[in-house]
Ligand binder design. Structure first.
Ligand code: ADP
Length: 476
């Protein structure tokens, strides 16, 4: 079945669908046709958002929250259908797709319930007969630009804090995954979100995304995607002193110490490296092992890699979905080829892809400055490198342009604590995969992984979408 996707502007589903998306597991299957919008659609969305925002901000926060909670219930009742559509357009396994839709539901519930707490603080004043309080004021119109790899969860975790804070939103979903974003928007409109509060404009990043980034009506822009695009957006938003939040690439490392169990460590690393077909900004892509465990770990992680069953995500036997696109597949293949040229040995995977199925790949014998250690691949490829000791391992982990997540496998509390303190990343995992995040804690990175300003998710997510006004109330 082919889904016809429209833009959502001022509460109306509009726009001529032109851009085709095929199932990455079955290229003969046309999954969707979506608008390839021009700047006129961006303008219409911003007009609608600007008009709707005041009334939305004046709506009591618990009432705003109730709409998010109702949308969560609707999405829950549609979870299996939405997950199947997500799998067909993005390529995850059905279990991963169900988990992602569940995440979007939980995010809506989390921020929906924040409606009862949203506002500010009451603080003592040094002036007698005076109360001081703060008000969390909405920014106004927030633009959200999102990637294909979490096509419903990322729009949800940006949109929910923006909406609960009283902002209107214009979402520009990734071109490859328009259907998932549409399901989220439909749940919200079905739950009673007023027209214009949420607008969705499909199209190219260089057209729709660029127009949003340049438009002074956008007071805040939250972006998840590549570092190259993100840094360009940062320039534009910074120049006009608008809020900007960027979550970009990663080159996430794991350090495996001698005292770890090699099989348990291999499971943790494989889950982070190969889960979601390695297509997560938090995926593990470099592993450093101390000498006593290196050999056993390489054997164990190669076995884990060979245990995956690549296939169509809707097939229950599949444990790894296809690569999202032909272009991404070419990147994965080229990265392994380049690593080979630079001296790597392929100990698992590395075979010719079948269609868009790419076997999880483990490389050894890689130099510290090899491209596969330095550059993000965004596929199921991991390099394992021996280091002399913990100190060298930590130094290698931190020797990267990126700083999103990093992990350590050890039973030593001292090593775990030292690593947690000194790893130059936004998220540290001890004996847990680098990917996989809770929704109630801050998420973000440092260095080229993030704008490193406002964290996403958790209780502070709304800070990005609000500004603080201080009120002195004299009553005597
Ligand atoms: P990926 O390689 O993961 O697709 P991109 O950074 O290219 O990462 O895309 C992430 C999001 O940014 C997508 O929605 C894409 O359409 C959008 N995008 C791409 N180029 C631009 C741009 N020049 N300006 C604004 N948004 C863009």
């Amino acid at each position: 079945m082919t889904t016809t996707v429209h833009n959502l502007i001022d509460g109306q589903w509009v726009g001529d669908p032109q851009a085709e998306r095929r199932n990455p597991a079955r290229p003969e299957e046309l999954v969707s046709v979506a608008p390839s919008s021009g700047t006129d659609a961006v303008d219409a969305a911003l007009v609608a958002a600007g008009q709707a925002q005041r009334a939305w901000a004046a709506t009591p926060a618990p009432t705003r929250g109730a709409i998010l909670l109702d949308a969560a219930d609707l999405l829950r009742s549609r979870q299996a259908d939405v997950a199947r559509d997500l799998v067909r357009e993005e390529g995850k396994t059905l279990a991963e797709g169900m988990g992602e839709v569940r995440r979007a539901i939980d995010v809506l519930r989390y921020f929906g319930s924040q409606g009862w707490r949203h506002g500010g603080d009451v603080l003592p004043s040094a002036v007698p007969g005076t109360t001081v309080f703060t008000r969390a004021e909405p920014i106004g119109v927030a633009a959200l630009i999102t990637p294909w790899n979490f096509p419903i969860a990322i729009p949800a975790w940006k949109m929910a804090p923006a909406l609960i804070s009283g902002n209107a939103v214009v979402l520009k979903p990734a071109e490859l995954t328009p259907v998932s974003a549409s399901h989220l928007a439909t749940a919200l409109t079905d739950a009673g979100l007023p027209g214009g509060v949420l607008n969705v404009v499909h199209g190219k990043g260089s057209v729709v995304g660029d127009a949003l980034a340049r438009d002074p009506r956008v007071g805040a822009l939250s972006f998840t995607g590549s570092t190259a695009v993100g840094l360009g957006l940062h320039e534009l938003l910074h120049a006009r002193r608008a809020r900007v939040q960027l979550e970009m690439g990663g080159k996430n490392a794991y350090l495996v110490l001698d005292d770890a169990d090699p099989v348990a460590a291999a499971r943790v690393v494989a889950a982070g490296a190969f889960g979601l077909t390695g297509q997560a900004c938090t995926a593990t892509s470099r592993v450093y092992c101390t000498p006593g465990i290196h050999e056993a770990f390489v054997a164990a992680v190669a076995k884990e890699a060979e245990g995956f069953v690549p296939g169509d995500g809707l097939d229950p036997a599949t444990t790894m979905g296809p690569v999202v696109s032909v272009a991404q597949l070419a990147t994965d293949v080229a990265a392994v080829e380049r690593a080979r040229q630079q001296g790597a040995t392929v100990v698992a995977g590395g075979a010719e892809p079948e269609g868009q199925l790419f076997a999880p790949t483990v490389l050894t014998g890689v130099a510290h400055d090899a491209d596969v250690v330095r550059k993000e691949v965004f596929g199921p490829v991991v390099a394992v490198i021996e280091v002399a000791d913990y100190d060298e391992g930590l130094a290698r982990v931190n020797d990267s342009d990126y700083g999103l997540t990093a992990g350590i496998c050890t039973g030593s509390l001292a090593a775990a604590h030292h690593f947690a303190e000194h790893a130059a990343v936004g998220v540290v995992k001890v004996n847990r995969p680098t990917s996989g995040l809770d929704l109630n804690v801050p998420f973000g990175g440092v260095k080229d992984s993030s704008s490193n300003t406002f964290r996403e998710q958790g209780p502070t997510a709304t800070e990005f979408y609000t500004w603080s006004k201080t009120v002195y109330l004299g009553f005597e």
